[in-house]
Every structure is written in C-alpha cells, then in structure tokens.
Write a protein that binds this ligand. Structure first.
Ligand code: ZN
Length: 602
C-alpha cells in the first residue's frame, strides 16, 4: 500500500510536510521519482528542487536512500516497510506547483507526491491532516479526488486508482467562498480563495452553468465523462491563468474579472467575459486534451520533454470554442463575440513571428520557445493558442464549405471524441487531417499544408466577406490599442507609432518589445532602452504614444535614451505601424444568415 500523509503545520515557512508510507517489501535498487513537469504546462520545472529535506526509515531504523539524479532516488537495501519523510517548499503562486501560507494551501500532486517506480498503477492513498493553528481551523478542503473517509471540512482520507490519477486532482485548502450548480444532475462546485467578499457568486454560477450545459450537450452523451467537477479559483489583484485536470481546474483571476453584488447584470465587462472564457476553456479541456489526447503523451513520461505537433489542436481548437460557446450558450452577445475575435486577430498579426514559424513548429517547440518567451518573441514565434484558434475558425468554415453546410468542426470533434477520447486511444500526429478528410469525403491536404505547415497568411478576409462582416486592419496608434468590435467601420487616418511596447521607469519609458520593421526598430532602439526625451523635451511612458502620434507621418525627430546608463541621441524617421490592429463590424443592422448558421449553431 502506498500512502501519503500531508501535514500543514509550517505555514509561515511555506513548508508542506509529507510522510510517504509504503507497506510492502521493496528490494535494493528500487527507485522513487518526482515529475519534472506537470501535464498541460509544457516546460521542465524541476519540482524536486523544492524538496528541502528527505529521510527514510524502516521500522524505526534509518534507510539508505540515495539520489540517482535530480528527481530520482534509489533504495540501497532491502526493506519490508518504508517511510519517507520530506518537506516541500511551497511558494510558487501559480496553478502549476504549490503555494502555502497562513491564508491557504494549494498543491498539485506533481509537486508533492513521490512515485514508486513500477508501482505507478497501484492504488494510492492520501491523508490530509487538519491544521490546528493559524486560522487553519476554518479551512476546508476542495479537491475532485475521490474520498474514502473525510470530516465535514474535507480533511481525511482520499484514494486514487493509480499515480496518474493521483497527480490530476490538485487541492485547494482555505477559508474559501463556494457556490454549487448542477449540469445533468452532476454536481459542479466553484470555490474562490482570497476573493472580495462581495462577488456575485450566484451570477457567476448561473453563467458558467449555461456554458457547461452547452458543452455537455455538444458531445451529445448521456452524461459527462466525470462524476463531479470543481473550479478552484485563486483571486489576486492582478492575475490570470488556468490549468486543466480530469474533473477539475485550477484558475487564477483578478479582482476586476469577477462581477460584484449590485452590478448591472445586463452588462458584462471585458474582464468578466475573459474569466468566463477561461472557465469555458478549461472545462472543454476535460474532453479535449484530458481524454482526447496526443498518442505521444504517455502517462509516466514526466521526466523529459515530449514533443508533439498537435498542440494547435488541443489548445487552438479549445481557444476557438471557449469563446464561441459563450455566444452559443447565450452568455455573451454577437457584438461581444466579434470584439473577442477582432482582438485575437490583432494578437495574431502584431509581430512578424507568424511569417517565420509555422503552427506545427510552434507546437513542437513549445517547451523552449512558447514557454520561454523573451522580448523578441513577437518577432520570432507564433502562438499555437492564437493562430490555432483562428485556424480552427478556418477549418470550421472549410468543412462547412466542402459539405454544403451539412457538416462542421462540431461533427469533427464528436467524431474524434467517439473514435479516440471515449476509447482511450491516443491521437497520432496526422490523424486530425485523416479524420477531417473522412468527414468531408474529399482531399484536404492542400488546405492542411497551408494552415499547419506554412507561414502563409490565413484567408480571414474571405471568411468575413461571407459572413457580411466588415474586416478592417488599421495601424496601431498606441501600445494598448488591441482593436475590437465597432458598430460601424470607420476610415481612420494612420498616425505615427514607434511600434514598441514600453513600461514606466523612474527615468522615462522603458522599452519592452520592439516590433521588426517599425520606426523604433529601424532606428536601432532595443529592449531595456529607456527613452527620456523627444526632440529634447522630457517624456515618460504615460505620454510617449500620444506625443509620437502627434507628429505628421514621415517626420524625423531626435530620440534621447539611456542604454546601459549611457546617454544616446538618435534621429528617428517616424512612420505609421503596419496595419496590425483589427476591427470587426456587422455590415447590416443585424447579423447575416451565414453568421447565424455558423456562430449560433445549436
Ligand atoms: Zn488550454
């Protein structure tokens, strides 16, 4: 029997105490290991670096457990029972690892549960001890892990059939706020840690319920592939992100993302819409990536990178549907949806990375490029989330075109679900293309070659023509300009731009990224340069964009900046940026029949 006893007595030092008890005979040479990455987040994170002490005993006597490499230990003697006590430093405020203080404890199994090599398919037990100090007496346990014996606060014993399941049920333990709803009689819980007390829980639950219900209907099964579902959200002043699991998700959001009691319920802010799309995204992952998954992702290969070209499918398709489902379930309006779509297109076209890296390359190199982005990322890589989402739109419309609107991407998803996800068969690298061809009964190689394996521009214009939507690309006028929905397409005159992003610095405006081909790039300005004056007059980050936009196009100005604390003055020829900001508008007073057929499909 493999059991972990988790104690939470060291909140101030952020140390989680684990006692792993293995009640069986083990031979010399037996290995124990900890994952180096967590499924869903494709970067080596070396969780073992957070183990600050580890010792092993058998029947009270010390046992020789020696480190083999950074995250693997070898037993140097035969034992008939093994106890390993270790402490984990838990101070990573993210959905990917573990975080513990006197306000809450969150952990993923990948950060705290050692695996016993060759016994990964055995049943694993967890016992979480209720903390007695530091306000811990008010804490409750939220997890989707099946329990065997717990008290009314959720402390006690849990169990999983195998190690892969064990690490797919994170825990949030705190004095959280909670709301419940049902989808097809299946209980869904949402817990919010450190949220403002006045968030409108009922409103959030009502909106999320509609989205979840729509998704369950989408797959047309009698019930969801899980017995219950848990959204656990950590609320910060500023934060955003999520990680999917089999029957739960860990989310981070900002205070402003959540509606408050007394807000106008007819209005949904962009921030709240993005929180809803995050919930929608992670919930859809319960099917797409947790159950329909790449064949290359084998359960216990968590100590090295696994490369797949398919992340465009698992993240891009999910990104496409997370927003579309909000519209289809009636949670947002058509205008809200066009706003989201336009801003996604802006994210895609802003930066030359899209003409250098294909979607499949982006997916394959996620570990070293997408997850390790630096200041040059917009010029070098394309996001498999953002381009993947737009490719999903193109694929959806292509299937509709080739089948005279008899089939759509929805049918392809249901086909993949029934052939792969439901049967627990992994998806091979070229299976999506083959299934799409089978669905439409026509060759699609040329189409897939273009969208997946080339850097050719996506044919978005023709899609919007068909939908009777005005698709406008204009030059950015300031760094925060992300485009969006407009009631009517308006002609706007391009203004000068440095084509950079920047942030406030005590001295001036510190450059973060420089887009290739823009005025700043041609002048040789770079990341970390601090612009202090334009034509000799002091400037800071808050007024830089406005001051630049006030010059006529083709003006030459002097830019003064610090680089490595040395002052430089350079002449800069100001031009407008490329047309890299997207606005979408309905051509007519109401959405076209083609739009409704696609976007509001039931
Ligand atoms: Zn995702």
């Amino acid at each position: 029997m493999i059991k972990y006893i988790v104690s939470l007595d060291n909140a101030n030092r952020h140390l989680i105490d684990v006692c792993m008890v293995i009640e069986q005979s083990l031979e010399k040479g037996q290995e124990l290991w900890l994952p180096d990455w967590i499924p869903g987040s494709y970067m080596i994170r070396d969780f073992s670096k957070n183990i600050v002490s580890l010792s092993a005993t058998s029947n009270g006597e010390p046992v020789n457990l020696v480190k083999k490499n950074k995250s693997c230990w070898t037993l140097k003697e035969n034992v008939d029972l093994l106890k390993i006590r270790y402490q984990i430093y838990a101070w990573d405020l993210s959905v990917r690892s573990a975080h513990f203080d006197d306000q809450h404890c969150f952990f993923n199994g990948t950060s705290i549960f050692l695996a016993l090599r060759s016994y990964e398919n055995s049943e694993h037990f967890v016992e979480v001890i209720q903390p007695s100090k530091l306000g811990g007496e008010k804490w409750k346990v939220a997890t989707s892990m099946p329990y065997s014996s717990i008290n009314s606060f959720g402390f006690g014993r849990y169990s999983c059939d195998d190690y892969a399941t064990l690490i797919d049920h994170p825990f949030e333990i705190s004095d959280y706020l909670e709301v419940k709803f049902f989808v097809n009689d299946v209980e869904h819980r949402m817990v919010f840690t450190e949220s403002p007390k006045n968030i409108d829980l009922e409103r959030i639950a009502k909106d999320v319920q509609r989205v979840c219900q729509y998704q369950c209907n989408f797959f047309a099964d009698e019930k969801q592939p899980f017995d219950d579902y848990l959204f656990m959200t950590f609320v910060q002043k500023k934060g955003f992100g999520g990680l999917e699991h089999m029957s739960s998700t860990a989310l981070h959001c900002s205070h402003d993302d959540l509606p408050k009691l007394g807000d106008d319920i007819d209005k949904k802010s962009r921030d709240y819409q993005s929180f809803l799309s995050l919930c929608s995204h992670e919930y859809f992952h319960s099917w797409n990536v947790k159950r329909i998954k790449p064949a290359r992702f084998e359960a216990y290969k968590l100590q090295q990178e696994i490369h797949t070209e398919l992340l465009w499918f698992f993240e891009g398709i999910t990104s496409y549907y997370d927003e579309l489902f909000l519209l289809r379930s009636g949670v947002i309006t058509e205008e809200n949806y066009l706003d989201m779509l336009a801003r996604n297109i802006t994210r895609y076209i802003r930066g030359n990375g899209r003409i250098k890296q294909t979607l499949t390359e982006s997916s394959f190199d996620a570990w070293t490029k997408f997850y390790k982005q630096d200041e040059n990322a917009p010029n070098a890589i394309v996001s498999y989330y953002v381009k993947g989402g737009l490719v999903a739109l193109c694929l959806d419309l292509e299937i509709r075109k080739l089948t005279n609107d008899n089939k759509s991407l929805d049918d392809l998803m249901r086909l993949i679900w029934s052939r792969y996800g439901k049967k627990n068969i992994g998806v091979n690298e070229t299976d999506i293309e083959k299934l799409a061809e089978e669905l439409v009964d026509k060759p699609m190689k040329k189409f897939f070659d273009r969208i997946l394996y080339s850097t050719k521009e996506l044919e978005l214009k023709s899609i919007f023509e068909l939908m009777e939507i005005d698709y406008q690309l204009v030059s950015e006028s300031k760094q925060m300009d992300r485009g969006g929905y407009r009631k009517k397409a308006i002609e706007s005159n391009p203004t000068c731009s440095l084509s950079i992003t920047h942030k406030a610095n005590p001295v001036g405006a510190e450059i973060v990224t420089v887009l290739e081909g823009g005025s700043a790039s041609k002048t040789g300005l770079s990341n970390k340069d601090i612009i202090i004056a334009l034509d000799g007059y002091k400037v800071d980050s808050s007024e830089l964009d406005k001051r630049i936009a006030s010059y006529p196009i083709d003006t030459e100005i002097s830019v003064s900046f610090f680089r490595r604390d040395k002052l430089y003055h350079r002449l800069c020829h100001l031009t407008a940026s490329e047309a890299n900001t997207c606005f979408l508008s309905f051509k007519n007073t109401s959405p076209s029949a083609a739009f409704n057929l696609w976007a509001k499909a039931k």
